[in-house]
Design a protein around this ligand. Sequence first.
Ligand SMILES: [Zn+2]
Length: 162
Amino acid sequence: MTRREGSKFLGLSLAALGLGGGMAKAAAPAEVFEVNKTDAEWKAMLSPEAYNTLRHEGTERPNSSPLAGEHRKGVFNCAGCNLAVFESGTKFESGTGWPSFYDHLPNAVAIKSDDTFFMTRTEVHCHRCGGHLGHVFDDGPKPTGLRYCMNGVAMKFVAATA
Ligand SMILES: [Zn+2]
C-alpha cells in the first residue's frame, strides 16, 4: 500500500468511527488542556483513588488523606501533571478533614460550576491537565474569604528544602 493510499484509508476509517456514539461525544468541543491523556492512560498512571478523584470527580473520605494534617512548608502539586497548585502559606485548618486553602497559586486552577450535588458548587480543577481537585466555597478566612476544599489524593506534597 502506498503512503497516499494509507492516508486515504485512515481518513475513511476516522469518518466511519465518527458516526459512532462514543466518538461523537469525544469529538464534541471540550476544554483543551496542555496535558492531555486518554482515560486509559490516566488509569494506568494514577492510583485508583487519585484516578477516581482527578478524572471522575470523586471525593475522598474526610480525614483519609495525610495531606489534611500536613503542616510543613512546601507546595502541593497536582497528582496528575505535577503542576504546583497550592502552597503551604495559604493552608488553614478548616476542621473538615480535607486539606483547605484560602488561595491557590497563580494560573494553577480553573473553576467551573457543578450542580450535581443538590446545590451549585464551584468545582476546582487543574489548569494544566483538567484534573478535578475539589471545590471552592465562600466561607473561608481572610484575606480572600474563600475555602478551597481539596482532595489530598489529588495532590502530592513537596516539602520545601531549607
Ligand atoms: Zn494537573
